[in-house]
Design a binder for this molecule. Structure first.
Ligand SMILES: Cc1cc2nc3c(=O)[nH]c(=O)nc-3n(C[C@H](O)[C@H](O)[C@H](O)COP(=O)(O)O)c2cc1C
Length: 149
């Protein structure tokens, strides 16, 4: 499995960086080839075609999914390049999971109608560094990937 972690964050070395490093490590331990790339809203996403699965996510700032990821979905060729790809979603945020599920996940999912979303997960503050929760997300992702393949 060739996995791309496509992410955005306003911070460097912050909670999202640490989260994706943990996700990447667990995927690699399970035998996946993993690369990560930071979103640019007007980037060229042609390279996405080289991957079997795209794990996509970002933090929430001021009620919105971080702008370079949203911008990529709205302004670049990302949406086209994701056609036919298997996708996993994650968000890091300061809100409880239930509220985040209602307010934030739809911002991404409305832009991914027609895509195969294997798993989705809100990482609330107390979960961002919880290795067992992260491992669970990765395990669910791998099971769903195998089922769809
Ligand atoms: C300026 C700012 C605004 C934020 N706004 C929200 C928000 O509206 N809703 C929310 O659930 N979390 C909010 N958060 C919490 C972040 O989403 C959360 O801390 C996230 O893990 C930060 O990721 P980062 O460390 O990669 O920047 C905000 C954080 C910051 C710094």
């Amino acid at each position: 499995m060739r996995a791309l972690i496509l992410f955005d964050s306003k911070s460097f070395g912050g909670s999202t960086d640490k989260l994706i490093d943990s996700i990447g490590l667990k995927l690699a331990e399970a035998g996946a080839y993993v690369e990560k790339a930071r979103c640019k809203s007007r980037g060229d996403y042609s390279f996405v075609k080289d991957f079997d699965i795209v794990i996509m996510g970002a933090p929430i700032y001021y009620l919105m999914v971080s702008s370079e990821l949203m911008g990529s979905l709205l302004q670049s060729n990302l949406k086209n390049c994701l056609q036919g790809k298997k996708i996993a979603l994650f968000l890091s945020c300061g809100s409880p999971e239930l509220m985040a599920n209602m307010l934030y996940l739809p911002q991404l999912k409305l832009n991914l109608i027609g895509s195969t979303i294997l798993v989705e997960k809100i990482f609330a503050p107390n979960q961002l560094t919880d290795q067992s929760i992260i491992a669970n997300y990765v395990d669910e992702l791998i099971v769903a990937y195998k089922k769809e393949s």
